[in-house]
Ligand binder design. Sequence first.
Ligand SMILES: Nc1nc2c(c(=O)[nH]1)N[C@H]1C(S)=C(S)[C@@H](COP(=O)(O)OP(=O)(O)OC[C@H]3O[C@@H](n4cnc5c(N)ncnc54)[C@H](O)[C@@H]3O)O[C@H]1N2
Ligand code: MOO
Ligand SMILES: [Mg+2]
Length: 432
Amino acid sequence: MFEERVPISVSEAVQRVMQYTKKGKIEYIDIEEARGRYLGEAVYADHNIPPFDRTPLDGFAIRSEDTSNASSNRPVHLEVIETVGAGNMVKQPVKPGQAVRVMTGTIMPEDCDAIAMFELTKEFDKDGKTWIEIKRSFKKGDFVSFEGEETKKGERLLDAGTFIHAGVVAVLATFGYNKVPVVKKPVIGIYATGTELLEVEEELVPGKIRNSNAYMIKTQVQQAGANAVYYGQLVDDFDHCYHAVENALDQVDALITTGGVSVGDFDYLPEIYQKLGANVLFNKIAMRPGSVTTVAEKEGKMFFGLSGNPSACFVGFELYTKPWIKTYLHSPKPYLECVKGTLTHDFPKPNPFTRFIRGKIGFNRGIVTSSPVGMDKSQVVTSLAHSDVLIALPGGSRGYKKGDEVDMLLLFREGTSEPFKDPTKLRKTENR
Ligand SMILES: Nc1nc2c(c(=O)[nH]1)N[C@H]1C(S)=C(S)[C@@H](COP(=O)(O)OP(=O)(O)OC[C@H]3O[C@@H](n4cnc5c(N)ncnc54)[C@H](O)[C@@H]3O)O[C@H]1N2
Ligand code: MOO
Ligand SMILES: [Mg+2]
């Protein structure tokens, strides 16, 4: 019997998923493995940066008072008593009238209080000694890089949930984190359902297509920072699918299935959730593509029933699964960031549901542009290869025109703490 589904808004669907978030435990890993992981704890500075006064230039450490009357007419001459490179310390006291040749990064000699870079001095030898001539005065502190001027001991530098990239790694290394506390990755199982599916290496035969969703979703899961475990394909047979899903549950934090969530005779996922006694959070969302995305929960384990249509599957993951994964990883920015852009082409097709068009962001003479890419249909796969945004068009009775300002959700940015607010005016039902 055909059962009519009642759509909810995108924001409502996101909110329902986010009621079942969990936070992962912490593990320690080698700093060289930390890229792409999420920090498990905040990082505080346990020392100043720089940790000592140092020279930011190659030049001479001097006592500024020696130069107080120096000018081009009355140059001063200072005796150079030693050369010190970064990593070493001056070996002797520096007396009035003396200077030390120092290289960038060298700790300041205790008796010196200013740096004269090479370019401001002239070196010469006299009486078997080396001297410099200086034709300007220096003040205490001139050209010195001071202890703590960048960061003071005790400062909070990184929040828990920070995505670890090269710059973050630099901070971790600076503060001695050879082992980095990161959030353990959640295990996300993946099944692709569909009797029509061939594996990637198989030749096409009539009625069959290659399974692209499993590999696409596996990549999305990994990009979101989780552990993806692909369990394989399932033919559309209720018992076969039911047992596979039931057995996977013990091994995963969440299970993604693709396909079989709509109202077709062989769309078994809704019935499987029912038989498992899972709590179905929704099975219809006022969005295109991905309207049939179904999410359920059982004893803290999530079932993301993504649509079989590739574009719908992709969008369903980005909007609902990704924020769940990123919250597990302690990220305070689990949602796709939204920016405004100007449409570069007409988009005449009206739709009562919010539409997420695969698109590309552009920058044209200071204007942020938004360009749909490829065919806009739920079953389309090729446009996904060229998209870096989802253009979010509110549902309504009219299409959109070139020059209209539209929202774009950025697929490859760190994210935001603000969930997308769905502007759709809900109609009662829309089944297709
Ligand atoms: N009477 C109605 N029919 C449909 C409705 C509806 O509301 N009423 N919804 C349509 C919408 S919208 C979508 S989206 C699809 C969703 O279908 P399912 O999630 O049940 O997915 P399947 O039926 O299994 O497959 C749909 C489509 O996708 C292809 N597919 C499936 N798996 C893969 C894969 N791993 N890689 C590549 N392509 C895959 C499959 O061959 C089908 O063509 O339902 C509409 N129907
Ligand atoms: O759920 Mo379907 O992807 O809206 O076309
Ligand atoms: Mg179906």
